[in-house]
Structure formats: structure tokens, C-alpha cells
Design a protein around this ligand. Sequence first.
Ligand SMILES: [Cu+2]
Length: 162
Amino acid sequence: MNKYLLTLTYSLGLCVGLILSPKALAQLTQDNNVKFVQIIANDTLKFDDIEIDVTPSQKIHVQLRNEGTLPKESMGHNWVLLDSSSEANTYAMAAMTARASEYKPKALESHVLASIPLLGPKETGDTTFNAPTKPGKYPFICSCSGHSLAGMKGYVVVKPVP
Ligand SMILES: [Cu+2]
């Protein structure tokens, strides 16, 4: 490769890096066999991605990034995927008094399909798991101090293969 080409390649790489958001870059670098989903949380009590569509048993890699600035103690965020819609509020209520276990009540552990621990500002956490085999809507919430009751929730939707 001559010097001109090398410079060109370098410049192009730099441009791609500048144009794509960190989220898009993270998606580009993932294994194609695994569905990669990055969810951004911040101080406004919202997840930016609230529906994740998958096929039965599909492998999913969820990455949660807390882009907020408030301290973990008052505005930390986690990601908890539960086994049924009826569990979402029950779990969130129980979690409010489970601060010692990072808002993950031990008594309801059997309802958790996957989770990402509590993150402070600018922290990132990951989990990789297989989607449930049964089609349906599986709720995910931030179980920190009632955040899901204020809107920090969404669904993993398992759609049957046509
Ligand atoms: Cu939260």
C-alpha cells in the first residue's frame, strides 16, 4: 500500500468514526449471529429502546449504558428481564426495599431471565442470554427505586417464526 492509499484509508476510518455515534459503532463491531441491542439510560427515567424483537431462543446481547450524571446512590440504573407481564409491578414494588441487594429482591429471583447490575454515571454493563422459547411479551424494567413505575420499562417480544 502506498503512502497516498494509506492516508486515504486512515482518513476514511477517521470519518466513519466521527460520523457514527458510539451506539452505531458498537453495533457494527458485533458478531452477526447474536442480536446486539444497546439501551441508553439517563437521568430522565427513560430507556431509549423499549421494544426488542427476537425469535424464539435467539441469542441476544444487551448492553446498558448510563449516560446520566447523577450519582449511583440516587440515580443508578439496572436492567432486569422478567418471565411474565404480571411480574413487572410486583418485582418493582419488592425491589424498593431491596436496596442492599442492588434492588434485586432475592425472593423473586426465579422470575428473572437476565439482568445487568446497577450502573452509576457513564458506566456500561452487559448480558448475553437466549430468548425464551415461548412467543410472548417479556417485560424488562429498571428496578432501582421505582424507576419502572415512572416509565423505565420495555419488552422483549418473542415472535413466532413464520
Ligand atoms: Cu433507573
